[in-house]
Design a protein around this ligand. Sequence first.
Ligand code: UDP
Ligand code: MG
Length: 136
Amino acid sequence: MSDLEQTLSIIKPDAVERNLENEIKTIFQKNGFKIKNEKKLKLEKSEAEQFYKVHETKPFYSDLCEYLSSGPVIVMILEKENAVKSNRDLMGATDPSKAEEGTLRKLFGKSIDKNSVHGSDSLENAQKEIDFFFKN
Ligand code: UDP
Ligand code: MG
């Protein structure tokens, strides 16, 4: 049994800066994801802090928010059966050096912080993150 789900994906600044947007979108589409909505934007640091609030106690929080707001990002609503897990699988491990062959982070990630893509980690967070970017 599987359900059609939506998840939130972000192409992070390190990937946008290297013009990887189209290549990454093509990989999503080849893997059965439909891009239901998308926009390019640049976050304020305060917005990145809100987005990554679950990590506020982590030592990397400030650098992470600085980085996510350092340049344009592409945010996308991706739709597929089991989209949340399917996207996490396609992204690979947080640390690109530990990510499996063929995953987005293995292909494009530069380091554990500049790892090219974000993907929601649960259906509940996917809805919150979609609302964060796309609810008026
Ligand atoms: N991150 C970092 N250092 C770490 C762990 C995470 O800079 O030691 C960054 C990295 O960009 C990661 C983001 O913080 O994608 C969120 O961390 P999380 O553990 O949620 O990883 P993800 O869900 O993105 O795989
Ligand atoms: Mg996460």
